[in-house]
Ligand binder design. Structure first.
Ligand code: BYC
Length: 483
């Protein structure tokens, strides 16, 4: 079957890229498949591999009806290769090749660069599954458990998406990289995942929701930039991945929103006015808002690190070469080559945080990060609406970009959430007020009790407004058989 908008299910690997006519790649993927399943069984969700989960599976790339919902055992999920439709006249839209026809093959001179970008992107996908693997057993409801597993199988599919590109376009090196993606492990001292945030623990469900809000949103920004690529197969792959990514951010935003709602409702019912009366709030079996702020501080700062250095020649090279663009590149009104343009970059100069104009080309990471921060801020405002509606006097906010950083300009700076530069001693004294302390972690951990009865939710989280696929409140999203 040639390339089409419908998915070919006759091969072991569902696809819309004509794999039956491409025996070399089909074979390579079929050979990679057992290793993937092995990885899924040992590093994927712990304990629920024989449960029936109400999952969506991509069956088409038609935006109006691309998925179907049904009960599936996760190891039997049909992980497929799906690319958004090809636009015949697509061009390279930025950089020195602007105006040329988009590439259907990898240009020799950009091979190493493209391979690196695809491997970095690919590496994050299994990493997040590994980080989240233990969460099923403390799920606060069957609804949430199903959402976790949905996110996990789709991150698995995103790994397949990158592995397809490696196997199809990068020959022997691609095969080796595809193996490497199954070898590294999140948090492993000897063979860690490639980017910082993907080696951190996801200790509890609040972290999972913060991660899917903040870190999956970095995923969105990076995929949007790669979707601009002059290398057309990468662009098409990322465009389809973005369709799935939207649900992951929904899970994060509504998850935190529902935790906020439960807290505010419990406070109101108990007559607690002061959101900083942490002990009283915690006694109600909900997570106090200041602790949620700390979790947001942590996950936001870890996610900012994923944008690389503010000033980066790597990023300039990606852009000049036409392999990775800016967020919504084609909607920006400029020359798309950035020959003389400048962009304000926040830097640490003479002990102060300042905005300094830098060549826009080297400031590509900074610009994407700014777009990301603006997108996060909108989501935080939606959380604040929940708090406001409940009549609680508290506002969540994003910390300053210099706060708690490990990559780029501010990696050696200690700064408070409002951007005040601090000494090491001042930082050490106040740190526990700004990022979750061990005691905060222990408290949240104590709330992580499974709640698996149909239609029931743990005390610390409210029920969703609507069910997945419009199912009723007591729908059995996961039929649990623990393996
Ligand atoms: N940790 O020039 P620089 C997602 C390295 S999330 C460790 O400043 P560059 C998802 C860097 O590799 C999206 N190392 O940075 C979300 C470089 O090393 P080399 C994932 C880091 O290259 C949730 C050196 O430092 N996709 O999809 O301009 C669930 C200097 O780098 C880090 C992508 O990231 C770090 N945080 O930009 C599931 C897109 N940052 O080359 C999935 C592909 C930098 O000197 N990747 N380094 O050895 C890229 O576009 C770029 O590689 C980066 C870095 C934006 C990551």
């Amino acid at each position: 079957m040639a390339e089409t908008s419908n998915v070919d299910y006759s091969t072991k690997i569902p696809n819309n890229v004509g794999l039956t006519d491409d025996q070399r790649v089909l074979k390579a993927l079929e050979q990679w498949h057992p290793g993937y399943i092995d990885w899924w069984m040992t590093m994927g969700p712990e304990g629920f591999q024989t449960s029936d989960v109400y999952l969506r599976t991509a069956i088409s790339i038609d935006p109006k009806g691309w998925a179907k919902f049904d009960y599936v055992k996760m190891p039997e999920y049909r992980w497929g290769i799906l690319l958004a439709p090809r636009q015949e006249d697509r061009q390279v839209n930025f950089g020195t090749h602007k105006g040329e026809k988009a590439w259907q093959e990898v240009p020799g001179e950009y091979r190493a660069m493209l391979r690196r970008l695809i491997v970095v992107q690919g590496d994050t996908e299994p990493a997040s599954v590994e980080q989240q693997r233990h969460l099923g057993k403390t799920a606060p409801s069957l609804y949430d458990m199903r959402n976790l597993f949905q996110v996990n199988v789709e991150e698995g599919r995103h790994l397949w998406a990158m592995v397809y590109l490696l196997q199809k376009y990068f020959g022997k090196d691609g095969r080796e990289e595809a193996e490497g993606l199954l070898q590294r492990r999140s948090g492993d001292a000897d063979k860690p995942r490639m980017l910082g945030a993907f080696n951190e623990a996801t200790p509890d469900w609040l972290s999972f929701f913060m991660f899917t809000f903040f870190t999956d949103r970095d995923g969105k920004m990076q995929l949007e930039s790669l979707a601009q690529s002059g290398f057309d197969p990468l662009s098409r792959t990322c465009r389809f991945m973005l369709t799935e990514e939207a649900h992951h951010m929904f899970v994060g935003e509504t998850g935190v929103g529902r935790a906020i709602e439960a807290t505010c409702q419990a406070m109101k019912a108990a007559g607690i006015e002061d959101p900083y009366d942490i002990n009283a709030v915690r006694k109600l079996g909900v997570i106090d808002l200041p602790t949620m702020q700390k979790k947001a501080n942590l996950h936001f700062s870890l996610s900012l690190d994923l944008f690389g250095s503010e000033v980066s020649t790597n990023a300039a090279n990606y852009y000049n070469s036409g392999v990775k663009g800016r967020f919504q590149e084609t909607r920006i009104d400029d020359d798309h080559q950035l020959t003389n343009a400048v962009y304000p970059v926040s830097k640490f100069v003479n002990g102060q945080i300042k905005l300094i104009d830098e060549p826009a080309l080297t400031a590509i990471n900074m610009r994407l990060r700014d777009d990301y921060v603006a997108d996060c801020a909108k989501g935080v405002e939606r959380w604040n609406k929940v708090i406001e509606k409940a009549g609680v006097n508290f506002r969540l906010k994003l910390p300053h970009v210099a706060f708690h950083r490990h990559i780029g300009e501010f990696q050696n700076v200690k700064a408070s959430p409002d951007g005040k530069v601090l000494s090491e001693a001042e930082w050490a004294k106040q740190k526990d007020a700004w990022v979750p302390s061990k005691a905060d972690g222990d408290f949240i951990g104590s709330l992580m009790q499974p709640c698996w009865e149909r239609g029931k939710f743990a005390t610390w989280i409210s029920s969703p407004k609507v069910g997945i696929d419009n199912k009723a409140g007591d729908f059995e999203y996961v039929k649990i058989h623990q393996g």
